[in-house]
Design a protein around this ligand. Structure first.
Ligand code: 3PG
Length: 306
């Protein structure tokens, strides 16, 4: 019998938790739940005797991992694993996995939903704008980017994509225009939807040069990570172009300045909401649970990221 901890500051739906627990009941493992915790010490105490950990955006650093001597596996129920210190995990012999694709539809729907919300001025009854016949650039054509592209095409948008890691034919077969250079994406597209991970290559990479190149009526949509934006560039462009808007599921560090100076040019979700649907919770939670069982029972390391 292994001990499993589900540690989610932002909880899964009740149904997802119940079904995840069933997976571990069936495998004969013991589950505990730590939700909505506010202090790191709560997580440190909760990991003391666990073999496996399911998390979301919960930060797993050296202090947490060193407090968990029995820990063998951490599964990030979601896509981005920038919240886990992979180096320390590897040093401690801990396998880290994500659950690719499991919450993508939820994130994609939010990206489109936020565009409509800001285009319609927060539904305040004043005249807004439509997405139809506008150009949309998908920056990174992974699980989420592909769904955003499909929904946008259904709404009559012209969709372009840049992703050096995805073959041109895959993008073109979806009816999306492939672009070789990231600069061209920003030059061509009125809307850019970001789907790049936060890593050493991408942090701060969305800069003044790219943003300034966007056409009139530019909107940058971020359901990825706040760290990929160069915030000084963002402030500069909001200041110099009142046609430029920034929509994000992750409020930037400079949120207060944006809110006080650039009314109508931004929308930030009050709490990160992209993956927060019953369906995404269930898909990602169940995938995480099944991956843990397969790893602990059979040594299956599919979806390992370290
Ligand atoms: C992800 O990387 O999967 C998304 O950013 C969702 O994060 P969350 O599980 O914290 O909502």
């Amino acid at each position: 019998m292994s001990k499993i901890l589900i540690a989610t500051e932002k909880p899964f739906s009740k149904q997802a938790v119940a079904e995840v627990k069933q997976v571990f009941e069936a495998s004969g493992d013991e589950v505990t739940l730590l939700e909505k915790y506010s202090e790191k010490i709560e997580l440190i105490n909760a990991v003391a005797d666990v073999d496996a950990l399911i998390i979301r955006s919960d930060k797993i650093d050296k202090e947490i991992m060193d407090a968990a001597p029995d820990l063998k596996i951490v599964v990030r129920a979601g896509a981005g694993y920038d919240n886990v210190d992979l180096k320390v995990a590897t040093e401690n012999g801990v396998v880290v996995m994500n659950t690719p694709g499991q919450n993508s539809n939820a994130v994609a729907e939010l990206a489109i939903g936020m565009m409509i919300y800001l285009n319609r001025n927060g539904f305040n009854g004043t005249s807004g704008t439509e997405l139809r016949e506008k150009t949309l650039g998908i920056h990174a054509y992974g699980y989420v980017g592909r769904i955003v592209a499909r929904i946008a095409m259904g709404m009559g948008m012209s969709v372009y994509a840049f992703d050096p890691y995805v073959e041109k034919t895959i993008i073109e077969n979806d009816g999306v225009t492939w672009l070789e250079n990231v600069e061209d994406l920003y030059k061509k597209c009125q809307y850019i939807s970001l789907h790049i991970p936060a890593n050493d290559q991408t942090k701060g990479s969305i800069n003044e040069e790219l943003l300034m190149a966007m056409p009139q009526g530019a909107t940058l949509v971020n359901t990825a990570r706040k760290e990929v934006i160069d915030e000084s560039s963002l402030l500069k462009i909001l200041e110099s172009r009142n046609d430029f808007r920034y929509i994000s599921d992750i409020a930037p560090n400079c949120k207060d300045e944006i809110v006080s100076r650039f009314e109508g040019q931004y929308f930030f979700t009050p709490k990160k909401s992209g993956a927060q649907t019953a369906e995404a919770n269930l898909n990602a939670g169940l995938a995480a649970a099944k991956q843990i069982v397969s790893f602990l029972k059979d040594g299956d390391t599919t979806c390992k990221v370290n």
